[in-house]
Design a protein around this ligand. Structure first.
Ligand code: SF4
Length: 106
């Protein structure tokens, strides 16, 4: 029968300094500063209303990301009816994806 010992086994896999470095790199890669809104934004608020962590505010009818809360799920990018949200130049040619079984727009 397999042992069911409890413990923090993940903690010992990497030394603390490596975890700290990884955490810093991961944190810096979540930069909402790379997000931009183009002229197609109609200010509908769909991105704000569907953000799972309430990381988007509408200011002057344009979405603004609250840096510390955004988890970069990119849901807003795929939900925008005008494809007005881009991440650098990387997303322009990618298009959008919506799972018809999951998303309901409101
Ligand atoms: S969903 Fe698109 S069009 Fe609507 S406010 Fe957000 S960025 Fe603008």
């Amino acid at each position: 029968m397999a042992s069911k010992n409890q413990g923090d086994f993940v903690k010992r896999k990497l030394p603390k300094f490596a975890c700290d470095i990884f955490r810093k790199i991961s944190k810096s890669s979540r930069k909402t500063g790379h997000l931009h809104i183009d002229e197609k934004c109609s200010g509908c608020g769909l991105c704000k209303n569907n953000c799972p962590v309430d990381a988007i505010e509408l200011q002057m009818k344009k979405p603004v990301w609250i840096k510390n809360e955004c988890v970069m799920c990119l849901r807003y990018l795929h939900l925008c009816p005008n494809f007005a949200i881009q991440y650098d130049n990387r997303t322009k040619n990618h298009g959008q994806y919506l799972n018809p079984h999951i998303y309901s727009l409101d």
